[in-house]
Design a protein around this ligand. Sequence first.
Ligand SMILES: [Fe+2]
Length: 168
Amino acid sequence: MLSKKLLEALNDQMNFEYLSAHYYLATAAYCQEEDLDGFANFFWEQAKEERFHAEKFYNFINEKGERAKLQGIPEPKNEFNSLKEVFEIVLEHEQKVTERIYKIIDLAREESEYSTISFLDWFVDEQVEEESVMSGLLKKVERLGESDQGIFMLDNELAQRSFTLPEE
Ligand SMILES: [Fe+2]
């Protein structure tokens, strides 16, 4: 059993994770158009990971005997002026996700809902990684500035990234 308030918060977060996937698909499409195939691949794989996050919430809600409810997904930002702006936007988005996860944990703590706290622990660690990856890439992109060769090398590196479902 989950309280109405906690169920709503978890459900909203499931939908927010789908919004994250949308964010990354939009950035992937931008990079594709800019002929940055490696960056596009990186964001495409990142979108997969976000859908996996959403599915984790979906499964948890259902396991708790409740029902996940899908909402409409707001339009993400589709227009960007630079790669730097792309990373600023996604880093800001990930920071927002972290804040939201912390708030749900606060709520679960108030209600002594230990299974939710334990479930969200995984996301706390995951967000440290997400923020660190995005801020690391933002710094690299800033440092490279207009260096086409540097961006080309980073693009090659990011072409290697693929997301595989972790073993349960
Ligand atoms: Fe996520």
